[in-house]
Ligand binder design. Sequence first.
Ligand code: AHR
Length: 527
Amino acid sequence: MTLHAAVHLHPRLAVGPVRRRTFGSFVEHMARCVYTGIFEPDHPSADADGLRTDVLELVRELGVSSVRYPGGNFVSGYRWEDGVGPREHRPVRRDLAWHSTETNAFGLDEFMTWADAADVEPMYAVNLGTRGTQEALDVLEYANGSVGTDLADHRALNGHAEPYGIRMWCLGNEMDGPWQLGHVPARDYAVLAAETARAMRRADPDLELVACGSSHAGMPTFGAWEQAVLEAGYDAIDMLSAHVYYREEDGDQASYLASADDMDAYIDAVVATSDHVRALRGADRRIMISFDEWNVAASRGDAGKEPSGSDWPVAPRFAESTYSAQDAVVVGSLLISLLRHTDRVASASQAQLVNVLAPIRTEVGGAAWRQSIFHPFALTSRHARGQVLVTGVDSPAVENSRFGESAALYSVATWDEETGQLAVFAVNRSGADALELDMDLAAFGDADVGERAGGGGHAGFELADAVLLHEDDPHRTNSARRPDRVVPHPLQDVTLENTGGDAPASSRLTATLPPISWTMIRLQRTR
Ligand code: AHR
């Protein structure tokens, strides 16, 4: 059976701008993300700083905009000063978050060197688990202070005279979670985060500060936690964090494919809570969301085991999800959800970047390769431009046990009026049926739009590109030996019709999307 769905767009009905920070990622001192992931001095591709240049190339290709560092759960027991200065003096310590040994061979200065080489904006998390306001101020001074004060001079002594100018700072990590070192009740964290934010702002009023929201929407304190944090620190923070990881539970493929419905509801709930506090306070400014951990976890394959007992290894191999075509489709849909909420999601970080739940995998001393989930991320980051359009979707529903019914077609479009590029990102979430998508682009041929597009009243489109990520076996994966088994292919079944003559041109796009597929279609306005 073929399902039919219609998409309705108007070039002047926009949710908001595409934000580069939507395409952020996350590097944590966890398992093999840092050591043998981005940093491996003995690797054949390593540069003079020990950075893997094969990985750097893939990070640039992935189109990552910003990277959160150094954790995650790791940060809640971390002493940032262990990781700076001469390596031979850096202490080796136990990392209680991941039952590992931290050599501290890689720290803030190395991360900033890497961020520069990768061309990404840094986002730095301070430890509000076992530490507090003073240590947050210290690392801020080390990172951003101008020489002439103690810690800024230390940075200069360590070879970095210029301040780093890090703008985005996270006030701890998942402090609502009982697994977190230094976990406290909402009110305690709220006061600590607010006071730390106020103190950091005294040092630099232009920082963008992210307070911890809930670790996921299923936490028993979800909502109440956000409210407490906002009530204590509304004036001092800019963003509230959100985290989520989806996986196929108990073979429930239909619910997994519809995961973006949960992300939509999660974002809507945080926005509602935050706007409620805004109303109570009579504030003008809106608090935005930093979705600074989001991803899927593979439900199959051996991802490795977290160490335990007397074993405290350096860079152990665990959380190495091997992703399938189906996982890539869900990742594509989660990016669509983030774009659809571009009015309130100001920043996002896929968790993580290399090896740990990651689009990029590496072997020690060996290859680096793209996992299936690499592709929808790279293409969306590269081609989502301009404004996110309000994307009206009229779609048949597919049933699933988690949401009851979900729209089979999940989609978003971006429109760059300057360059005349329209990009459509779409997922067919049906597990069994192909879906015919029908998009009426008549509104783009409107005389006024055509005029502004420099086309003298005529603004038709031509097809620039149409790609499909779909495998007959949705569980197919990439590996070091076969890194290109799951890659996007040209979408064959796509038609663009332009009509109009002397009247404003009118275009209609139709395409057939196979079940469990992610598609990107790019159109170029003709003048
Ligand atoms: O990304 C892995 C872990 O998941 C992070 O350290 C933590 O913040 C989250 O629970």
